[in-house]
Design a protein around this ligand. Structure first.
Ligand SMILES: Nc1nc2c(ncn2[C@@H]2O[C@H](COP(=O)(O)OP(=O)(O)O)[C@@H](O)[C@H]2O)c(=O)[nH]1
Ligand SMILES: [Mg+2]
Length: 251
């Protein structure tokens, strides 16, 4: 078969499953660490929360937000990163396979580089039609963070105090939230005083920085504006959290 004919046929196969993010849709990509329960165990990280791991997740998020797409806002909790991109982001002509493979690859490379241990992320896209549902999405992830955080504190407190995996799981099964606070208090842990990031997650946002410089040609001081990424470890909650996110979104 002639190369040109073969090329035509192969391209049909290659492009058969291609999909695109529709116009005007806001893409939120969630990256999740693959088998990080095992990874965190192999690295003997602090339980339930480890600062080195947290910092690797923040560094990974900053890297992905600067990987050539139009990232607007990111939220990190546990081993997952959610990134909101501009509704007008036309990177790779919005081809979904390019977005998912590139973003998962960038995250995996950055995390591995930062921690010196191979970590792999999967990726999915949530295509949101408006900002209301974006707020709901981030509030949902924050509620998930708070729920998992309380459970992790209870579980590891029981494990550190002699309970087996099965015993700890069985004690916590169907235990009401208030009871979990009481359980922690009985081990001298005031859960309401733990660092906020462990409960409500971390945001990574763009900040404008004004820099003063000297122009040797005009011999004048000049002020330049630069964008840089900042991690916010004390996030507000519920409606106040929504208002916080709102400031980064312009339609
Ligand atoms: N020790 C430790 N483990 C963590 C920390 N953050 C996340 N993890 C682990 O990461 C897992 C993430 O959950 P999930 O994605 O459902 O598990 P996976 O399928 O094994 O990646 C949790 O179960 C924790 O075991 C941390 O700061 N310290
Ligand atoms: Mg995971």
């Amino acid at each position: 078969m002639k190369f040109q004919n073969l090329d035509l046929i192969m391209r049909q196969y290659e492009e058969a499953l291609d999909q695109h993010i529709p116009p005007k849709i806001w893409p939120v990509v969630r990256l999740d660490g693959r088998s990080f329960s095992t990874l965190t165990q192999n690295l003997e990280l602090e339980k339930p929360f480890d600062i080195k791991f947290r910092d690797a997740m923040i560094a990974t998020t900053k890297h992905v937000m600067q990987a050539g797409f139009q990232a607007i806002y990111a939220y990190v909790e546990s081993d997952e990163i959610s990134i909101l991109f501009s509704q007008n982001d036309n990177t790779f002509r919005r081809k979904i396979r390019k977005w998912l493979s590139t973003l998962a690859g960038e995250a995996s490379a950055a995390f591995t580089h930062h921690l010196g241990y191979p970590g792999v992320f999967d990726a999915r896209i949530c295509p949101f039609p408006d900002t209301e549902i974006i707020f709901d999405y981030f509030r949902w992830r924050q509620a998930d963070s708070a729920r998992n955080s309380l459970n992790a504190y209870c579980y590891w407190t029981l494990r550190k105090n002699g309970k087996t995996e099965r015993q700890a799981t069985s004690v916590l099964e169907k235990m009401p939230v208030e009871q979990k606070y009481i359980l922690l208090r009985s081990y001298d842990i005031n859960y309401k005083e733990i660092p906020k990031w462990q409960r409500y997650g971390i945001a990574v946002v763009w900040k404008n920085i004004m820099r003063e410089g000297y122009n040797p040609i005009t011999k004048k001081t000049v002020t330049t504006k630069r964008r840089s990424l900042e991690a916010i470890t004390k996030l507000p909650r519920q409606q106040a959290y929504q208002d916080f996110i709102q400031q980064f979104i312009c339609e």
